[in-house]
Design a protein around this ligand. Structure first.
Ligand code: C2E
Ligand code: MG
Ligand code: MG
Ligand code: MG
Length: 279
């Protein structure tokens, strides 16, 4: 918005503000082009059952090589995609593509897809999911939607109703980035999540900071008591995997096991298994 200034009542943009607006506009144009040209990709990060070391599925993660900018992290472009509403189309593409790839895997592993709060609230989100399942022929039990606390912040009745309908189809619902939001734990009482994903900010300091271990231990105890599976994100070291295993964590993801990879690479991994974390 133009800044009112004293100089004879003229409006002007501060140069750096003009620059920011210009960059946002350029990013938005590139996002629209990427959608139209089909330039988004998905990377698949294996999810590993900690006690057996077997791959149970993958999380699909958006990848975008922006022309003249190289690879841009979803953390950088998803906020603008949300502001502009483009997240609806981008997210719909991601769900469809992830279901299609998973339907071709040699084993019926699970596929997790991230859903942004804005995307979730757009009219027609439920239909997007149903049509992705129908087009791909994927069994709903194999699809897991990862939501964050942001999804549960507003319109709680509507939100819970949509989540309930999705779950009735057999789709799994995971709470992503657990422990980083601002809401109370009350939602865990109101909605039966299938999985809690412990944010990697807690996993990072495991093995060094006793407080991190205490928090992970508490989350693990809670998930056990609620009967919800626990996934720990961002496992980079064997010591972290060992600690998580000893605390009864069901499932892990992280660079120690495997980085996100192209779909062909993941399809090739299926059935091979991965090294078990030894205690
Ligand atoms: P997230 O869902 O919490 O995904 C986990 C992030 O941690 C991913 O970053 C992943 O590449 C990264 N990661 C996994 N293991 C490790 C590790 O051992 N160490 C470290 N340092 N990082 C690890 P990425 O791919 O950059 O995605 C960032 C966020 O963007 C995701 O966080 C998710 O919130 C969002 N996102 C990604 N794809 C989609 C999508 O298709 N739709 C929506 N709505 N959001 C998405
Ligand atoms: Mg996620
Ligand atoms: Mg996460
Ligand atoms: Mg995240």
């Amino acid at each position: 918005r133009a800044k009112e200034a004293g100089r004879g009542g003229h409006c002007f943009f501060a140069p750096e503000m003009n620059q920011k607006l210009h960059e946002r506009r350029a990013l938005e144009i590139d996002l629209r082009l990427a959608l139209a040209n089909g330039s988004f990709r998905l990377a698949y990060q294996p999810q590993i059952r900690l006690d057996t070391g077997r791959i149970t599925g993958a999380e699909a993660l958006l990848r975008w090589e922006r022309p003249d900018h190289g690879n841009i992290s979803p953390d950088q472009f998803i906020p603008l995609a949300e502001e502009t509403g483009l997240i609806g189309q981008i997210g719909a593409w991601a769900i469809k593509e992830a279901c299609l790839q998973a339907s071709r895997w040699a084993e019926p592993l699970s596929i997790a897809v991230n859903v942004s709060p804005v995307q979730f609230r757009q009219a027609g989100f439920y239909d997007v999911v149903v049509s992705a399942l129908r087009c791909s022929g994927l069994s709903p039990e194999r699809l897991e939607l990862e939501i964050t606390e942001g999804v549960l912040l507003n319109d709680t009745e509507d939100t819970l109703a949509i989540l309930g309908r999705l779950r009735q189809l057999g789709i799994k619902i995971a709470m992503d980035d657990f422990g980083t939001g601002y809401s109370s734990l009350g939602y865990l009482q109101r909605f039966p999540f299938d999985k809690i994903k412990i944010d990697r900010s807690f996993v990072r300091n495991l093995g060094q900071d006793p407080n991190a271990a205490a928090i992970v231990n508490a989350v693990m105890g809670m998930s056990r008591a609620l009967g919800v599976r626990a996934n720990a994100e961002g496992v980079e070291f064997k010591t972290q995997a060992d600690l998580l295993l000893s605390q009864g964590c069901d499932e892990v993801q992280g660079y120690f096991f495997a980085k996100p990879m192209p779909s062909e690479a993941f399809a090739g991994l299926i059935g091979m298994g991965l090294p078990v974390a030894q205690s």
